[in-house]
Design a protein around this ligand. Structure first.
Ligand code: DSN
Length: 418
């Protein structure tokens, strides 16, 4: 970063500080990962200088000789990796990608059915504070209180009653396998478009560690930076020409201007990496690690939503531990264990001070950590949470000790890209 160091040493120092923080921390945020050095290099290039409104072969600016090739490579790699006929790699991130689905298939005021945010859905699946909840008519499904899992009979009942034009499956805090065939059957029965939001599990789908929505969902939306381990970005995929045309028009000119070509190139790189056998092993290990960590936490008295996990994600309710999710997450962060506080289904507390914590194993698995390290991390989470529930003095001592142990562990597992 020699130029950055001399032009803007303040920003250069802050970037270095963030890199050190990422290196020394156990990243347990379920939606984050470490992009490879190759992905990072592609994002920091002259591609950022170019405007390319339109699509390959049909642009509104000249000078697309190289950009077209890059975007075509990204599209072809997405199609081959996920087994779809069409891919749009231009959405700036997950929320714009999902908004494009609305623009493609719904008129304002029409009905969308999605999982409620506190049950694990996403804001853009029709939650009230989102444009998607304000401009459309949202109806919601959740999970059963006794199992913590989606009840497909209930989903069908709501769909038959409300007749949504669009159904979203998938979300941001779902620890269990998404039943794409069952959602597809319901969508067909009520004549709705089925959108599978696989943002969290895209890497697992690509690596064969979660069933694919292809052949079931009409459209698939994903971010590219979670388990897929690419740059911040998103993609929309479809099998039929008709859906693909509608999505393309919705992304551009419907919602966006020029695509971020540096991101497109980095997406292409990440898709190439995700097509390797090594990535398949990674995806399998992410799930094995999550299951080991879930078992450790469960054995230590943590109340896991749905009792465990099938994917990379674990959501737990701290009510039995006598502490809220927020103070627990803040204490864990001080100890070098990075998580996020999160609502749990049927939460009685507010979203900014909820009962739960959400964690995931995508990042730690990218660093090469395995089951033994997951058991250690589970023990640290328990020690910090139990200490902070007892009071500040006890917590200080434990946080200092765990922080030292975390730094020692992370020094043996260098993170990709750092
Ligand atoms: N922020 C993402 C997540 O953490 O799941 C969703 O937008």
């Amino acid at each position: 970063m020699s130029s950055l160091n001399s032009v803007d040493p303040q920003i250069a120092e802050l970037i270095k500080a963030e890199e050190r923080r990422q290196a020394d921390t156990v990243k347990l945020i379920a939606s984050e990962n470490y992009a490879s050095k190759a992905v990072l290099e592609a994002t920091g290039t002259v591609l950022t200088n170019k405007y390319s409104e339109g699509y390959p072969g049909k642009r509104y600016y000249e000078g697309q000789q190289v950009i077209d090739q890059i975007e075509i490579l990204a599209i072809e790699r997405a199609k081959s990796l996920f087994g779809v006929n069409h891919a749009n790699v231009q959405p700036y991130s997950g929320s714009p990608a999902n908004l494009a689905i609305y623009l493609a298939f719904l008129k304002p005021g029409e009905t969308v059915m999605g999982m409620g945010l506190p049950f694990g859905g996403h804001l853009t699946h029709g939650w009230s504070v989102s444009a998607t909840g304000k401009w459309f008519n949202p109806v919601r499904y959740g999970v059963r209180q006794d199992t913590g899992r989606v009840d497909m009979d209930e989903v069908r009942e709501i769909a038959l009653r409300e007749r949504p034009k669009l159904i979203f499956c998938g979300g941001t805090a779902i620890p269990r396998t998404i039943d794409f065939p069952a959602f597809a059957e319901i969508a067909r029965e009520v004549g709705a478009v089925l959108a599978a939001d696989i943002a969290h599990i895209a890497g697992l789908v690509a690596g064969g560690a979660h069933p694919s929505p292809v052949g079931h969902a009409d459209v698939i939306s994903t971010t590219t930076h979670k388990t897929l381990r690419g740059p911040r970005g998103a993609m929309l995929m479809a099998t039929s020409d008709e859906h693909a045309t509608a999505l393309n028009k919705a992304v551009f000119p419907g919602l966006q201007g020029g695509p971020h070509n540096h991101t497109t190139a980095a997406i292409a790189v990440a898709l190439k990496e995700a097509a390797t056998d090594e990535f398949k092993d990674y995806a399998r290990q992410v799930v094995m690690n999550a299951q080991a960590l879930a078992e450790e936490l469960s054995g230590r008295g943590f109340d896991l939503v749905s009792g465990g996990t099938d994917n990379h994600l674990i959501l737990f309710d701290l009510t039995p531990k006598g502490i809220g999710g927020k103070p627990a997450a803040q204490a864990l962060d001080k100890a070098g264990l990075e998580t996020n506080y999160n609502s749990v289904p049927f939460d009685t507390r507010k979203p900014f001070d909820p009962s739960g914590i959400r964690i995931g194993t995508a990042g730690v698995t990218s660093r090469g950590m395995g089951v033994a390290e997951m058991r250690q991390i589970g023990a640290w989470i328990d020690q910090v949470v139990s200490a902070v529930a007892k009071g500040e003095d006890e917590a200080k001592h434990v946080i200092t000790r765990v922080h030292g142990e975390v730094t020692e562990l992370t020094s043996h597992f260098p993170a990709p890209g750092l």
